[in-house]
Design a protein around this ligand. Structure first.
Ligand code: PMP
Length: 459
């Protein structure tokens, strides 16, 4: 459709004058997005971009997927909002469907509107259920920006200079690329990596180093009191697609449970089949958490998030204890969309596509790692992928910000939208809508190859 919105420069002026200066914007000349269709975005001048970042891993089945649009329109015609003081069928249909996707005893669902809210609620439940207070998360973790989550999120560039959450400690993230014990070949990824620790594949000894650190945090901070809970993403997302050695999370969960805590898996980015082999990211670690939080892709871009837990833990939120109220949580419109998204994920065979196309993407990217000195690491699983750019492969010194920015801008100018993050801002992130094809992978790899080649030639 033709663009009829505000002129580009006027948008820039309003952004400077009327929006928070803290609003994150990608690119020196930002993209003014006008329309979307499946894996494509179109700007105000009708220029088409391949969207390999999906609004930060949020558009799961595709921009304006026809079936989701149809559901939205039908539900909007019928009813948008009531709050949960009345019954309506959509929240019940959807809760049952979502619970059927969960393993073990994870059957009780609470609906909220964002990942931060979901994690806040998970933290509250962990504290109420265990009657303990402290929680542990990873360094380099991102779990949201609410006052509770500011303490649990532990990525330097996302922290404000205010006291950030009480009763939260961090343990080292078992980062097999940058961590002191290595373990890269023991991560669950189709991309072969050099052996970086002395173990046989599958029995990662590097893992023990990272587990000892968690032991240490427990020993120093909680010798008698025990803990309320432990937060972990299945693969760190905003932290830069950081993967853990196989076996780590299983051992960590055991330790946490020994200390009386509950294990919380943040599936905001890794859920719904994105990692390919499994529907939930935690399944690749062979664990079943006590509480699972999810958001982003479950609404395909419509605000929707959830906490799923066991009846035993859920009992801490019973009305005799406290009423759980959330005005928009579980509204008919979001639940109708969420329910359709679950159907479309099946119908469009999204998990299978993540596995097949994601593996192809990782294999193609690993050729770039072998070709270019600046590609330090290629990692991930399914369509949850990262490339870490370095100034020097040996020392793993991050690529300087100006060089990173030039590469990033060049990919956009060639019609490719990807993400960047990590502690140094040097991890290129590729987490597209799950409808992409092998042709889209070929285009992505060609654009990156050209951007890296130009970078080399500019030196
Ligand atoms: N958890 C993870 C793993 C996330 O990536 C994010 C958002 N980037 C959140 C929680 C917070 O979600 P929201 O922005 O919806 O509050």
């Amino acid at each position: 459709q033709p663009y009829k919105g505000l002129p580009y420069d006027r948008v820039g002026q309003i952004r400077r004058e009327n929006l928070s200066p803290g609003t994150l914007t990608f690119y020196k000349r930002p993209v003014l997005v006008h329309q979307g269709h499946m894996q494509w975005l179109f700007d105000h001048e009708g220029r088409r971009y391949l969207d390999m970042f999906a609004g930060i891993v949020t558009v799961s089945v595709g921009h304006s997927h026809p079936k989701v649009v149809q559901t939205l329109k039908e539900q909007a015609d019928l009813l948008w909002h009531t709050t949960n003081i009345y019954w309506h069928p959509k929240i019940h249909e959807y809760a049952e469907k979502l619970a059927s996707k969960m393993p073990g005893d994870l059957k009780v669902v609470y609906f909220v509107n964002s990942g931060s809210e979901a994690n806040d609620l998970a933290m509250l439940m962990a504290r109420m259920h265990t009657r303990r207070y402290d929680v542990i998360s990873f360094r380099n973790a991102y779990h949201g920006t609410s006052p509770y989550m500011m303490g649990v999120t532990a990525l330097g560039n996302w922290r404000f200079q205010v006291p950030a959450g009480f009763g939260v400690q961090q343990t080292i993230n078992p980062d097999v690329y940058r961590g002191p014990w290595g373990g890269a070949h023991c991560r669950d990824s189709p991309v072969q990596t050099e052996r970086t620790c002395a173990c046989a594949a599958g029995e990662c000894q590097a893992c023990d180093g990272y587990v000892d650190q968690l032991q240490d945090v427990l020993r120093h901070s909680h010798p008698q009191t025990g803990i309320a809970g432990f937060f972990a993403e299945s693969i760190q997302g905003v932290g830069g697609t950081v993967q853990y050695p196989k076996g780590y999370l299983k051992k960590a969960f055991e330790l946490v449970r020994e200390k009386g805590g509950v294990c919380i898996s943040d599936e905001v980015q890794t859920g719904l089949g994105r990692t390919g082999d499994h529907y939930w990211g935690f399944e690749m670690h062979d664990v079943i958490p006590d509480i699972v939080t999810m958001a982003k892709g479950m609404g395909n871009g419509i605000p929707l998030a959830a906490v799923v837990t066991t009846p035993e833990i859920a009992a801490c939120m019973s009305p005799s204890n406290a009423v759980h109220f959330n005005t928009f949580g579980g509204n008919p419109l979001s639940c109708a969309v969420g329910s359709t998204v679950l159907d479309v994920l099946e119908e469009d065979k999204c998990q299978e596509r993540c596995r097949v196309v994601g593996t192809y993407l990782l294999e193609q990217l690993s050729t770039l790692r072998d070709e270019f000195d600046i590609v330090g690491d290629v990692r991930g699983k399914g369509l949850m992928v990262g490339l870490e750019l370095v100034a020097d492969k040996e020392s793993k010194k991050p690529l300087p910000p100006s060089e990173m920015a030039a590469i990033f801008e060049a990919t956009k100018d060639m019609g490719l939208l990807i993400g960047k993050s990590g502690l140094y801002g040097t991890c290129l992130r590729i987490k597209p809508p799950m409808c992409i094809t092998q042709d889209d992978v070929d285009f992505t790899v060609a654009v990156l190859r050209k951007a890296f080649t130009d970078h080399v030639n500019s030196k």
